[in-house]
Ligand binder design. Structure first.
Ligand SMILES: Nc1nc2c(c(=O)[nH]1)N[C@H]1C(S)=C(S)[C@@H](COP(=O)(O)O)O[C@H]1N2
Ligand SMILES: [Mo]
Length: 219
């Protein structure tokens, strides 16, 4: 087993502490003019950087499962074959990492979160979602943020199977939030009545993570 990259985690944690409530330029988030495409404080990068805790779990397709639970009518466990047999969608979206790089026009293919909602049917009391991964990463979102047509569980990028370093077999993308809100190596999805901060949310990062608000760090 690899160990999580403690140095990176400590560095990012210290950074979040130092910049609490501030933008990348060290000012309070304000009414800076919005660029149509690039959120404030971001720059575009070529290629697709890899960013994670330093553990790249190997999950064979034979052993891969996605478990969905919580206050829902129909909890489920999908095997790889069952995942593949779901209706598939393709989208193109931008990707914004909180460390300030963005990539434009990523072609994704996978299963939409809305499809999952339609199958598992959350009870009205379910208002949050916690994603957990095979590297033990966790991330939380309001159900409302997941109930959007661009939120996908993807297994394909640019028409090719998602590589292990980018979270294959299956990762989540949540284009309207910073990229840490999208769990790589997706393992479980737990609907919940209460919010539960994830890995970065307990380490100084924003609970909401809205790139257009430059909402990077917690208050
Ligand atoms: N399971 C897991 N998911 C994760 C992470 C992680 O460490 N583990 N890192 C997050 C962060 S901070 C970012 S920016 C993106 C990076 O995805 P990429 O490596 O494919 O660019 O994945 C997010 N999802
Ligand atoms: Mo990130």
């Amino acid at each position: 087993m690899d160990e999580i990259n403690k140095k990176l985690v400590q560095k990012k944690e210290a950074w979040a502490e130092a910049k609490r409530g501030l933008t990348e330029e060290g000012v309070a988030p304000d009414s800076r003019v919005r660029n149509n495409r690039l959120p404030p404080g971001q720059h575009t990068t070529n290629g697709w950087p890899v960013l994670d805790l330093g553990v790249h779990p190997s999950v064979s397709l034979k052993d891969w499962t996605l478990t969905v639970g919580g206050p829902i009518e129909r909890p489920l466990v999908w095997s790889w074959e069952e995942f593949l047999s779901q209706p598939r969608v393709r989208t193109v979206s931008d990707f914004h990492c909180v460390t300030s790089w963005s990539t434009f026009d990523n072609p994704w293919e996978g299963v939409s979160f809305r499809h999952l909602i339609s199958i598992v049917r959350p009870f009205p009391t379910a208002r949050f979602v916690l994603f957990s991964s095979y590297d033990s990463y966790t991330v939380n979102l309001p159900l409302d943020a997941c109930d959007d047509d661009d939120v996908l569980m993807v297994d394909t990028w640019k028409g090719l199977p998602l590589t292990k370093e980018h979270g294959g077999p299956v990762r989540v993308i949540v284009p309207k939030r910073y990229a840490w809100k999208g769990a790589k190596w997706l393992k479980t999805i737990t609907f919940a009545e209460e919010d539960k901060p994830g890995f970065w949310e307990v380490r100084g990062y924003s609970n909401t993570a809205l790139p257009w608000e430059e909402d990077r760090y917690g208050y």
